[in-house]
Every structure is written in C-alpha cells, then in structure tokens.
Design a protein around this ligand. Structure first.
Ligand code: ATP
Ligand code: MG
Length: 335
C-alpha cells in the first residue's frame, strides 16, 4: 500500500501576544491511499490545526516550526504562496467543516455554486456542468434535484446543506477528503445518514478520508485506523480493532470508558479529572502525566517515545517501557 501523505516530526506554532505557543508537537503520520483515518481528541487537542497544515490554511500567526509534510512527491511544508497551494487545496486535498454555511454562499443558488466549481475544475461548459451538478446532487441524496437546483442555501435543512458541501468538494475530484467534525452540528439520525453517504461515495470515487471527531463512538463504523490526539500530540495510533480492543494508553482508556456503548450497566461514566496542559508553559515529560492515574516518576521528567506495539499500533506512554510495572486496565474497558 502506498502512502499518499507523509508527515514527519511536525511542529506547528502560533505567535500570540509576543510569545510562541506550540499547538502541534512532533507528529509523524502516514496516510495510505483509500484508507479512512479518524483523528480523535478533546477540544483544543490540535485536530483542526494539524489538518489545516495539510492544506496551507493555518492562520497568519501560525507556522510550521519543524518537520515536513509530503503529498505525492510535493513537499507541502515548503509551499509558501497561495498560488502554489491552489493546485493542492480543494483540488487534491479538500476539507468539509462542521458548519456548512461557512462554505456556502447565501446569495447564490445551490445549483450555481456546484456548477461553478465543475466549470472551473473539470473544464466543462455551463450546460455540461449543470448536468454534472444535478447528478452530484442526486448522488449525495438530494430529492428533486432538478427543482432544488434553483433554491438558495436558506431553503435547505442543515443535513441537506452538508450534503451540498460534500457535492461541491467532490466536484473537484479530490484524492483526500478531510472531514472536520462534519456531523457534530446535526442530530443523531442525520449524522448517521451523512456518515453512510460519505462511506458510499468513498466506495465509488475511491478517495482517502481523514475524519476528525471528538466522539470516539462515531468512528467505529467509519475508520480503518484511529489516531488519538492529546495536547498537540498523537498519543496512540492503531487499527480500529487495536484501539477499541487492545489500547495501551491510559488517555485512550479514559476515552473508551466514557463511551455509553461500552460502559457497563449501572456503572458511572467517568470523565477524566483535570485539564490539558496550558500551551503557554513548556511541557516537561509526558503531557498527560498530571492527569494520568498510572503516572510514574519518569513521566514527569522525560517525554515518552512512540512505543511500537505492532506494525500498525504505536502508543506514547512509558507504561510500554520494559522497566514499567505491569498494570491492570480499568475494568470498564476490559474485553
Ligand atoms: P475542537 O474539537 O474544539 O475543534 P481541535 O482539536 O480542533 O478542537 P484546534 O482548533 O486544532 O483544536 O486547536 C489546538 C490549539 O491551538 C488550541 O489550544 C487553540 O487555541 C490553538 N490555536 C488554534 N489556532 C490558533 C491561532 N490562530 N492562534 C493561536 N492559537 C491557536
Ligand atoms: Mg477543531
């Protein structure tokens, strides 16, 4: 399996009121063609910043301070001017966001917004583009597409708008589709429909997916691999199976134990005590140490490396060091 995206030792920092904060720390990651990688982590863990770096969408005060990002032979981390990014962003790597209204123009019809992208990216005439647009609307599950082509975004429901955003993203035929919490704003039934739709479209168009969510419960049905983020770091990565049934990082255990599907009857759902470290202070040791009930003295002194569990499974915790004591996983997540 070939990698289409290779991230090596990536750091991203932001300049805030005269000081530099590090939002992404030493992330290495490979993405294989046609796979679905989920990135999971609580709010502020760096999920959006990481993927913004893949499309050159970091805000003005942000920069890649270390490491490289390579996409099919192009060193994305070296691209500076927007003109270079125009070949990649949207065309090769497209992103859909939580709120579809941020991507849709309220004063133009739905149809014209899809057609415009088709004309631009597929070099079609207006008439051909309209046909392709209607076809895309049908493929993304818009009923009465011919009639609804002429409607405006405000005439669509939230779920329908997100379908249109997906249609527009696909009109550029991207290789990689980044879905940044695309269903968070939607109610549960619609969420499930949109997930199904994304999966169906992936079968047909064979793109690669990076799926961002704070909800581990959502990813089981969609992901091949899961990366768990904490405080700008990937602290565990593995196949869906490995993360759900053989996780090694205490933070992942905490995430798992807070899943209603996994919690045993009568057992209280636990939230993790404490808060993530401030980005304004230099982190010494393991970023998770202050909240880790299994922390050892080494956790407060040295940053753990990514320990290898299998060829596909890695975790960033000193518990995997040969010298660490054997511990019992919490009962809620024992399978
Ligand atoms: P959420 O689930 O809430 O979307 P996230 O995991 O996507 O969270 P990010 O948006 O990636 O989190 O933010 C990671 C960290 O980087 C946060 O502490 C955030 O405040 C900080 N950050 C993001 N963008 C900037 C910026 N332009 N300037 C300064 N700090 C930023
Ligand atoms: Mg985010």
């Amino acid at each position: 399996d070939e990698n289409i995206l290779e991230v090596k030792n990536l750091n991203v920092s932001f300049r805030v009121r005269g000081s530099e904060i590090e939002a992404i720390h030493d992330i290495s990651l490979n993405l294989k063609k046609h796979e679905t990688l989920a990135i999971v982590g609580e709010s502020g863990s760096g999920k959006s910043v990481l993927t913004k770096a893949f499309t050159g969408m970091l805000e003005q005060n942000g920069r890649i301070s270390h490491g490289t990002i390579d996409y099919k032979g192009t060193r994305l981390s070296d691209l500076r001017v927007n003109k270079q990014w125009d070949k990649i962003r949207g065309k090769e790597i497209a992103t859909i966001f939580q709120d579809p209204m941020t991507s849709l123009d309220p004063i133009h019809t739905i149809g014209s917004q899809i057609s415009e992208v088709v004309v631009k990216h597929q070099k079609k005439t207006k008439k051909e583009a309209k046909k392709i647009a209607i076809d895309l609307m049908e493929k993304t599950g818009i009923p009465n597409a011919v009639k609804r082509y002429n409607e405006y975004p405000f005439e669509y429901s939230g779920g329908m708008r997100q379908r249109i955003v997906i249609a527009i993203a696909l009109a550029c035929r991207p290789e990689v589709l980044i879905c940044d919490e695309p269903t968070t704003a939607l109610d549960v039934t619609i969420q499930a429909q949109i997930l199904d739709l994304i999966k169906e479209l992936q079968e047909e168009y064979k793109f690669t997916i990076i799926f961002i969510t704070h909800d581990l419960g959502v990813v089981a049905s969609i992901a091949d691999r899961i990366a768990v983020m904490y405080s700008g770091r990937i602290i565990e990565i593995g196949t869906c199976e490995e993360i759900f049934y053989d996780s090694r990082h205490p933070y992942t255990w905490n995430l798992l134990s807070s899943l209603p599907q996994l919690a045993r009857k009568g057992e209280e759902l636990k939230s993790i005590p404490g808060t993530p470290p401030s980005l304004y202070k230099k982190i010494v040791g393991d970023a998770f140490a202050p909240r880790n009930q299994y922390a050892m003295s080494v956790d407060f002194k040295a940053e753990p490396p990514m320990f290898k569990v299998t060829d596909t499974h890695y975790a960033k915790t000193w518990l995997l060091d040969k010298r660490a004591p054997k511990i019992q996983k919490p009962e809620v997540i024992q399978n």
